[in-house]
Design a protein around this ligand. Structure first.
Ligand code: FEO
Length: 142
């Protein structure tokens, strides 16, 4: 997969979450660029660390908004976040043990990008629809 570019098809209609998704995509692109250009291990480690850190921040921010508004899809959504966090933790472990292998490159170039797009369009957008339907304003929404 090439560089991911945020566009309106990825909008969930909540400014705060859309902005976070843009940053999330930038961090994934930075990691993919580091791996695909055979950057130094330290740079791969740094971009991977940034992605993991931001994923945790973003998931937690989204979950707080869901809980604050009693979103009925919260448990299912949380499960998907936890599953991706577990996958990322595995990737970090593999990277620490084996470095930037082909399997890490495949996971970053294909799995993570596909997961992210599918998650935003099929899972996050459901929350966006709920927010619109209920006329809720999420804190930080521009
Ligand atoms: Fe935007 Fe559910 O992650």
């Amino acid at each position: 997969m090439g560089k991911i570019v945020w566009n309106e098809t990825l909008s969930v209609g909540i400014a705060l979450i859309d902005e976070q998704h843009k940053t999330w995509i930038e961090r994934l692109n930075a990691l993919a660029a580091a791996i695909n250009t055979n950057a130094a291990q330290a740079q791969v480690a740094e971009t991977l660390g940034f992605l993991v850190e931001y994923t945790g921040f973003h998931f937690s921010s989204e979950q707080k908004a869901m809980q604050a508004h009693n979103y009925p899809g919260y448990a299912e959504h949380l499960q998907k976040h936890e599953a991706l966090k577990a996958t990322l933790a595995e990737l970090v472990k593999d990277f620490e043990e084996e470095g930037a292998t082909q399997s890490l490159a495949n996971a970053v170039n294909t799995f993570l990008g596909n997961w992210l797009i599918k998650h935003i369009q099929q899972v996050d957008q459901k929350f966006g629809a709920f927010v619109r339907e209920k006329g809720i304003v999420i804190a930080g929404q521009g």
